[in-house]
Design a protein around this ligand. Sequence first.
Ligand SMILES: NC(=O)c1ccc[n+]([C@@H]2O[C@H](COP(=O)([O-])OP(=O)(O)OC[C@H]3O[C@@H](n4cnc5c(N)ncnc54)[C@H](OP(=O)(O)O)[C@@H]3O)[C@@H](O)[C@H]2O)c1
Length: 236
Amino acid sequence: MTRVALISGANRGIGLEIARQLARKGVAVVIGARDLDKGRAAAQSIASEGYLVDCVRLDITDSASISAAVDDVDLRHGRIDVLVNNAAILIDGPGGFKSSLFELDPDTARQTFETNVLGPLRLTQAVVPVMQRHNYGRIVNLSSGAGQLSDMRSGFPAYRMSKTALNALTRITAAELASTNIKVNAVCPGWVRTDMGGLEAERPVEIGAETPVWLATLPENGPTGGFFRDQRAIPW
Ligand SMILES: NC(=O)c1ccc[n+]([C@@H]2O[C@H](COP(=O)([O-])OP(=O)(O)OC[C@H]3O[C@@H](n4cnc5c(N)ncnc54)[C@H](OP(=O)(O)O)[C@@H]3O)[C@@H](O)[C@H]2O)c1
């Protein structure tokens, strides 16, 4: 039986590379993209290697888009085994690491939470009932070291708070699903060269996608409710 994976924001960056690596492992990949043309182009780049892939329009800030996308994937494939909550935004600034909490526009925080926290929440709520039909699921939440409370500092305040909240969402979801075969984990991909990470970032997407792919394909005795980087647990 072929596993089916839905990945949000998979038209570029780490999400696209997760899609490519999962496809190479024999997973039927569905690229979620808010711009369908960009999603199609991304799907084509994987399909041209001979792998199973299609795409669906998915804007994670839009409940109607989420339920239509999940229904569409369910109709086409009859199951969803893997959900990668990858899509996110980083709109703090100006100033990057120097951006101050005291200059943070609450609208920036609201918009960041809408995408980075409520997006994964809504998508998880929509996908889990489909996973439960087969009592199988692997949910991977793309978090960040920037959300680690144990190492919290200043800079990018809205993004940091959103990733801490995503970590909480990961723990709560894992706790609610503890008696099922649906595993829920958070991952920090490291600092990765993408539009978000920038050109100075140390890692290529191939490395950034490795641990998310590992979590997306965990065996039955694999962990749940954890936070990982480079396939090792890291502090919250
Ligand atoms: N890069 C890093 O160094 C780094 C480090 C730690 C964690 N992460 C996390 O890793 C994940 C991927 O990051 P990345 O570097 O690949 O980011 P990226 O290059 O900026 O790509 C972000 C993706 O999210 C999509 N997206 C944004 N808002 C969306 C929405 N409302 N609905 C659907 N899709 C939406 C974008 O779609 P459009 O093309 O339509 O804009 C794009 O496909 C994120 O969760 C990020 O926080 C990244």
